[in-house]
Ligand binder design. Structure first.
Ligand SMILES: [Zn+2]
Length: 308
């Protein structure tokens, strides 16, 4: 118990220290397109009762950070976090860790990555919960709030808006994996041939690979949704957020962080740069489709259970 507690304390300290070393602001989760795809798949899979429940909660939401519909609210948590990023930073510092879980791909330790799972103080709503909580713990907490109809409507609305977004984040492989590079945020990416830096690896997965799917997000979602077999959806809906984070982590190790020998280098400024091989996208895109589809199916399953 003591060893466990001290390890937790150390992991928080290391995390806090390393967080100050990030020079560029970390990229957002799946870009907006990824979140809209996930939410569109999920909404199409809601039971009539769940659809009535989420629509009723969203209908009275006066928040203007995003449009009010279900798919648009999938990007709300990023907007909320960033709204005071250059000001008071209350929302930013209070929720930024909720979007990911930095599980080391070489030495996976969920406990350490979740900063020792700081508990919610009894009586504290999850929307005001521990700033250092990881995405796994937040999805569990907001899920519990959505199931509890005795809670104030305002808190259940916040729980819903965080859920729509965070279940998506959990499925982005680099939101549940790191190689001491902040989930790829500190690793610059050059395209095949190494001509120029495209972005960092995290943003490459958030945005560039989703864009490479082609077409408007809602069209992509409809196409993906049609391809999900009922038996497949049933199997995907099993498990809990911690299982889905482990899956993301394994996918990051097998695909996102899989590079040719010699592809990783340091540039003249000492930054890490990876040159992707010609087949990187061909390996990545099926995984991107699979993660987006699974996230949509699982978000629907959580909401269907909560509003049953
Ligand atoms: Zn996010």
């Amino acid at each position: 118990m003591t060893a466990r507690r001290s390890r937790r304390r150390k992991s928080v300290a290391v995390f806090a220290a390393s967080a100050t070393l990030v020079f560029a602001p970390p990229a957002v989760a799946w870009g907006d397109a990824g979140h809209v795809i996930i939410a569109t798949i999920a909404y199409a899979r809601l039971t009539p009762a769940a659809r009535r429940g989420v629509d009723a909660l969203l209908a009275r939401d006066a928040d203007t950070l995003t449009p009010p519909d279900f798919a648009s609210r999938a990007t709300w948590a990023d907007r909320y976090r960033d709204a005071d990023r250059n000001g008071s930073r209350v929302q930013y510092l209070g929720t930024r860790f909720w979007h990911f879980v930095d599980i080391d791909v070489d030495r996976p330790d969920l406990d350490a990555a979740c900063h020792g799972d700081p508990p919610l103080t009894p009586g504290t709503p999850a929307s005001a919960g521990p700033a250092e909580a990881c995405v796994i713990d937040k999805v569990e907490q907001f899920d519990a709030e959505l199931r509890d109809r005795t809670l104030p409507r305002g808190e259940r609305l916040l729980a819903l808006k965080f859920m729509i977004h965070l279940v998506g984040d959990l499925h982005q492989p680099l939101h549940a994996a790191t190689r001491r590079d902040h989930g790829g945020n500190d690793l610059a990416v050059r395209g095949p041939g190494g001509a120029h830096v495209i972005d960092n690896l995290h943003a490459y997965w958030d945005v560039h690979l989703v864009d490479a799917l082609g077409g408007p997000p809602r069209t992509i979602a409809a196409r993906m949704n049609r391809r999900i077999a009922p038996r497949e959806a049933g199997a995907w809906a099993a498990g809990r957020p911690a299982d889905w984070a482990r899956e993301s982590n394994a996918a990051a190790r097998a695909v996102a962080y899989r590079f040719d020998a010699g592809a990783l280098q340091r540039d003249a400024q000492g930054r890490s740069v990876v040159t992707l091989d010609a087949h990187y996208d061909a390996r990545a895109l099926p995984l991107v489709r699979s993660r987006l589809s699974k996230a949509g199916v699982r978000l629907a399953a959580l909401l269907n259970a909560a509003f049953d």
